[in-house]
Write a protein that binds this ligand. Sequence first.
Ligand SMILES: [Zn+2]
Length: 135
Amino acid sequence: MYIPNKYNPYRDHSLFVHCISIEYPDAWHHLIEEFVEWIEMFNVKNKCFFGFAQIKTKFGKLTIYMQDYTASWEDPAQWSNDTDKHMTSINEKITRIVKKADGTCRICGRQKEEIVINTKIKMICFKHPEELRKI
Ligand SMILES: [Zn+2]
């Protein structure tokens, strides 16, 4: 269910040139795709070049690390240098993608549903209730 580097669909993608590893459940691929399309637009719009440093799952959570490669562009002088400002917008988008991944079953890609366990609301996939095993 994980995409090893050599089969990774983004192997030859310019945004992944500096990416050290890419690993996430297949069922989350559409979310990664959504983010890749978003960051492509973001880079064009802001005349910057943010690329992927790493994509992985950490404690079951989708984790995306981005890096500002704007300065390494062929002619850095024409690009803006607002790394922090841009990173704030990028992190907001990442937070939304991670939230969607949290609500998407990593095995089948179905939308998880809310149930109450020990008075706490949990999101689970009824076909693959991984969360129930942790109780
Ligand atoms: Zn499932």
